[in-house]
Design a protein around this ligand. Sequence first.
Ligand SMILES: Nc1ncnc2c1ncn2[C@@H]1O[C@H](COP(=O)(O)OP(=O)(O)OP(=O)(O)O)[C@@H](O)[C@H]1O
Length: 717
Amino acid sequence: MKPGRLLKHYRNHRDLILRSSYVIVLALSVVEGGGGNGKKKVKSSSAATPKLSWKKYLQFIKETIFMDRKTPILLGSQVLLLITRAVISLKIASLDGKLVANLVSSKFNKFLKLLVLWMVIGIPASFINSSLNFLQHYIKLIIRNNLTNKLINKYLPVSGDNTTIYKLMNSAQIHDPNQRVTTNIEQLSDSLAKIFPQLLKPSLDVLLCAYQLSKTAPNSNTAEGVLILGLVVHFTTLLLKKFQPNFTRLSIKSNDLENNFHIYHSKVIENNEQLALSKSYNLELNVLDKAFFELALFKRLEFRRFAVYDTMMTFIVKYTWGAAGLLLCSLPIFVQSQFKEINDHLINEFTSSFITNRRLLLTGSDSLGKIIQSKKNLQNLRGYVMKTLEFEEELNEINASQTVVKSENITYNDTEEIIFDNVPLVTPSGQTLVQNLSFHIKKGDHLLIIGPNGAGKSSFFRILGGLWPVVPPGKLGIPNEDPVRKNFFYLPQKPYFTIGTLKEQIVYPDSVEGCEVTDDELYKLLELTKLEYLATDCEELLQHDIDTLTADHGKPDELRQLPMSPFDYVRNWSDLLSIGEQQRLALCRLYYQRPKFAILDECTSSISADLEQDCYKYAIEELGITVLSVCHRTTLWRFHSHLLQFKVRDNITTTSFHKFSPEERLLKHEELVLLDSKLAEKQELEQRLKFLEQSTKSRARNRSILYISDDEDEEID
Ligand SMILES: Nc1ncnc2c1ncn2[C@@H]1O[C@H](COP(=O)(O)OP(=O)(O)OP(=O)(O)O)[C@@H](O)[C@H]1O
């Protein structure tokens, strides 16, 4: 094509070509500014950024938005409001220009009319602004609600075997589930609710301003100038990218450090009594200090990077683009003033155009800066999504594995038997504690489990309770589920108590709603473990509250809210009760539940020996509960008929299982203890004898030396 024809074509389609090139250049700048800077590394972070493909990221965002029908509708409304606001901003920009022009030419009436119009437009503008704020918070709440529910349902699945959290805490992946469900989801929802206005508002502003600028430029020759401005924006954005930190990495690392600090702090709170008694504040302070120091150090590094980036950003967006824009708006005026005679009308026109275009340019450059800055939020959001997805995938895996393991290696019988057939005891970390465990007991066979510390006694319970899988070729047989009576009830050495009512503690893990137990029945349960004073204490506290509120006539509402029964009085039971009392209250739970089998893992170790015996007797003889117990006191042996013994020799653990006669075994045990003590006595006597022989010998030697020296003395004499 000849240059002449090309020029003609250009002239014919000049407007279209320039406008589209301008938009393309701006879009390029946005994409460049929004693209990742993969080469940059966060120095203090040793871990690599976890991988998350864009497809998976967008899929997650899509699923989160469409989890609820309300969210897309609200997002749609947000978009509509944003478009309306952008159009209103344009209108206000042109009004601004006209207002100043009328002010300069002292046209008061026109100025007043425009001012009224300006105020009238302010009404929908204010409404739209506050509606946008409201919508953003509302969308955040809905997203947070949906995500939290989704994760909590996977975290505490009602349909599973209630082992998810245990398995999660034993997995190497997740150490901070509480943070993931709380802080992480909150940050994710906040970021996601902000991202649309953050991206859409400035994008719309940029597009509308670009369109308006190229349309309302004082001289159509400035269209090329607008394109040059676009190119300036593009290249400076590329420069800005060099200073841009990797926000995803920063947000992940910062989150991890925050979580570490939180975990250490929770441990201190949890073990406050032990720390006070062992006077170990100094040590714990060091640990907390170190965790916080790491966090603060990283935050400082993060802020420094942000500060450098912000400085560059402000300089480029506000001043470089601003100056280029001002030049673009003013140049045509200077050029025209050289050729035309300046009259009032021209001054008016110049002022109006300059003010309007300047405002449009400032809005445009500011919006472009915001789009580039929203990359930070996009990358932060990516970090939060990664953490949430990692958590969710781990939960999905655990929950899926539960059903597989259960169906493969566990069988149910109606003969009320527990059968361990060649079951290896393997820890979650893969260490085999016992090669194979084989035995079988039925209802009424009370099993005593003994063995040295760390041999695997509690681990056996973990397999029975479904916490650890039944590893092939092992097979586990357990009784069929019974709607009336639970199969198993587990009592550990340190039972768990909630902050709640006394009734809730006794009927746990049943809910008090729909529970038909009466206060008298609850009181009887407490009597069995000699804990009736707990109910009396609650009664006194309740009476005290009633008296105080009655004396204070102004609080009838609070009086009405007080419980009717002392069993409904709320207290923090785990802080309030001694370990022995906690173990006794846990026994009340056992009596209330009356399961077929009770798994008692040193659950009476802090109870006095005579009460312990009474409690065992009641459970076995009165309630017909079959016990499987780990206990170190020989006084409890008489309640058992079978023995599972763990023995460790040369670091290899073996087990033996047989019927057990407690009297015979106790006799042998007593004999063994006697022999042991005699053996110890013998060894002591032998040592004493050795010592005496040695000291006699050394005295004899000393004496002979003395004699020799006497002789020598004599010789000298
Ligand atoms: N979740 C786990 N992950 C890895 N190893 C574990 C886990 N729980 C326990 N173990 C290990 O398994 C071994 C057996 O522990 P277990 O609690 O069964 O011992 P125990 O015989 O009950 O000891 P004790 O009499 O002291 O209570 C120990 O070496 C312990 O460190």
